[in-house]
Design a protein around this ligand. Structure first.
Ligand SMILES: [Cu+2]
Length: 159
């Protein structure tokens, strides 16, 4: 009987550990909506690209994203654009903060995500997972759609 109780306790510990790990490493997308993420097709020799997305924080706490990654590239970074001698240049940000009950729009000419070391060319209609980690409780994941590069210059009718 004692043996059984001990075994039961071990099982409870195991279940607790499992849920702890699950909680820590799961992509909960709790409180944060990652919407409409997209990037453009790349040339076969192109090794970096930018991603644009809308982020809505529906929670009552600020959320800080401190890393971004995907399986299709070696490294991801948050970038913004600043004026340097009247020229717009990109600047790396260590993290981005989405204030409680606010939204952040990552779009061309402004805040964006960069992928470096692409391990394949991105094609029209491709999709891939983009993952974020936060300094708060959760990790987040969203799908990025690859758009035809002709959309960029409004040349879609000239194919
Ligand atoms: Cu950039």
């Amino acid at each position: 009987m004692i043996f059984l109780t001990k075994k039961f306790l071990d099982l409870k510990k195991l279940i607790f550990l499992f849920f702890f790990l699950f909680y820590k490493f799961t992509f909960a997308n709790e409180g944060l909506i990652l919407h409409g993420g997209y990037t453009f097709e790349t040339f076969p020799t192109q090794k970096s690209t930018s991603i644009y997305i809308s982020i809505f924080n529906n929670s009552n706490e600020d959320i800080v994203l401190d890393s971004v990654s995907c399986d299709c590239a070696k490294k991801g970074e948050f970038h913004t654009r600043i004026l340097k001698n009247d020229i717009s240049v990109m600047k790396k940000l260590e993290k981005i903060k989405i204030n409680a009950r606010s939204e952040l729009y990552l779009q061309p000419q402004g805040l964006h995500i960069m992928l470096f070391g692409l391990n394949k060319a991105l094609k029209d209609f491709d999709e891939f997972d983009l993952k974020f980690s936060s300094t708060t409780k959760f990790n987040y994941k969203t799908t990025i759609k690859v758009l035809n590069k002709k959309l960029k210059s409004n040349q879609l009718d000239k194919m």
